[in-house]
Design a protein around this ligand. Sequence first.
Ligand code: ATP
Ligand code: MG
Length: 188
Amino acid sequence: MNVVGKPDGARVFFALSPGERCRRRLFAVANDFAARLGGRPMPKETLHLTLVFVGEVGLDRLPGLRAAAGEVAQATAGGSVVLNRLHHHPAGKMLWAASEHCSPPLGALAEGLRRSLLARGFTLEARPFVAHVTLLRRLTVRPPAGDLDALKNVPIRWRYRDFVLLRSRSGPGGSVYEPLGAWTLGGN
Ligand code: ATP
Ligand code: MG
């Protein structure tokens, strides 16, 4: 409990966490861009693909989050996502890795989690799901168009079999994420 008698809270989100090989490749792309164009690469251990951003919740609601995750994990198979596009977002000064075509199973996983959370009374923003991995922040230079094709011929295929619940806390070098749970997807 905090001083006003409300349960302490946490900023949380569900995400896919890449395996080591995929993580290394994503980090290498981020470093390559940073070396040439500046910006701050996401630390290797924080690379992730957000499935559902939940935001601030009371710690007393963690069991509800875990119940939603367990239900969805049982009912949903693992799959793969192909990251073959890089996007620069000048306003956000970010570089993302994303897919040219949305993977329907991945969309279904994100949507399943969303529905299960809504059914348990969680409030979520109505933003559409866009599968992406943030690689670089504070990128103030516009990358040459050809650079954004870096994954076109050598896409990163990410096979996922589980997902995680992460707590985000701001640290001096950017946000750090603390794992609060991990679920293996069924049907593998
Ligand atoms: P920072 O905000 O300190 O720069 P961050 O964006 O990594 O770092 P959070 O803001 O806690 O940390 O976000 C955690 C994850 O959730 C990130 O992948 C972020 O892109 C995503 N996210 C944050 N806010 C939203 C939102 N409103 N809707 C969808 N995704 C979000
Ligand atoms: Mg943020």
